[in-house]
Design a binder for this molecule. Structure first.
Ligand code: G
Ligand code: G
Ligand code: MN
Ligand code: NA
Length: 254
């Protein structure tokens, strides 16, 4: 069967699932949020990574119903954790370019929040630099609409795209995520370390939160903590996990 048809079915037949990766405060080690990451349990091919099917979903427009499902599911899960009496977590959701350009995006996000009864401050949307740079004026307008709802906005994979730094001050942002390519080499290559430090310093002066993604080792963690990176995410802390495993993790955290 063609992958496109299979992806259409996947949504209907509930083969899609969200995993969640903890985001950790680098000062006190607490989990303050999770990033929702899509997984496809294909009945024959096994687990298919979003890296393989998100581009197809973008091309075919299937990203629209898939994105709607992701937002609704992530918001519902965030509220379910709160209802269980766990400390409130921020839920981060990735948006692809086509989703971000959707005229009804603000309404879609508002609906997901309302259906889940989740206060907007617990939802954060991750955007990519290249998406924002396509049409800067339109991006600023779309971002303003989302901020008005009360959700926060983050730039994912920061440092790999081509953002003109001068635009950064005009985007109504809350957070930058340092791309894992820099984090990986942070203590090994002086260049990567210097770039990570520059992104941290710039985030602070623009009053943005800064998160390092893809932390895998204690050495990387020490470097980032030493240079006052606020938050981190990566296999060192936890892989992305199914909801019930995150629940267990949250129940047992200090
Ligand atoms: O989880 P993994 O590293 O395999 O993710 C691969 C890519 O897919 C990453 O770029 C990630 O941002 C993207 N991705 C994961 N989940 C979603 C999602 O729900 N929506 C969109 N648009 N992208 C996602
Ligand atoms: O583009 P984005 O940052 O949303 O992609 C997140 C992807 O990175 C997910 O597919 C997730 O599985 C992956 N990821 C998360 N932590 C690590 C890590 O420590 N190392 C590596 N190599 N990948 C990671
Ligand atoms: Mn992301
Ligand atoms: Na990223």
């Amino acid at each position: 069967m063609k992958l496109e048809r299979e992806l259409r079915l996947a949504l209907k037949q509930q083969q899609l699932e969200l995993h969640y990766q903890p985001q950790v405060d680098l000062v006190d080690g607490r989990i303050f949020g999770v990033e929702a990451l899509l997984r496809w349990h294909h009945p024959q091919r096994g687990m298919i990574s979003p890296g393989e099917f998100i581009p197809l979903a973008e091309e075919t427009g299937l990203i629209v119903p898939i994105g709607e499902w992701v937002l609704a599911t992530a918001c519902r899960q965030a509220m379910a954790w709160q209802a269980q009496g766990l400390p409130p977590l921020k839920m981060a959701v990735n948006l692809s370019p086509r989703q971000f350009q959707l005229p009804g995006l603000v309404a879609q996000v508002a609906k997901a929040l309302k259906m889940a009864d989740l206060p907007p401050e617990y939802l954060e949307l991750e955007l990519t630099e290249s998406l924002l740079m396509r049409d800067v004026e339109a991006a600023i307008e779309a971002m303003k609409g989302l901020r008005k709802l009360g959700v926060s906005l983050s730039i994912d994979d920061f440092g790999t795209g081509y953002s003109s730094l001068s635009y950064l001050q005009h985007f109504p942002l809350n957070q930058l995520k340092i791309d894992r390519a820099f984090v990986n080499d942070v203590h090994l290559k002086p260049g990567a370390g210097a770039i990570a430090r520059a992104i941290i310093a710039m985030s602070k002066s623009l009053q943005l939160r800064v998160v390092a993604e893809g932390i895998e080792t204690a050495e990387q963690l020490v470097f980032l903590r030493t240079h006052q990176c606020d938050q981190g995410q990566g296999y060192y802390f936890s892989r992305p996990l199914p909801a019930r495993e995150i629940t267990a993790l949250l129940q047992h955290r200090p």
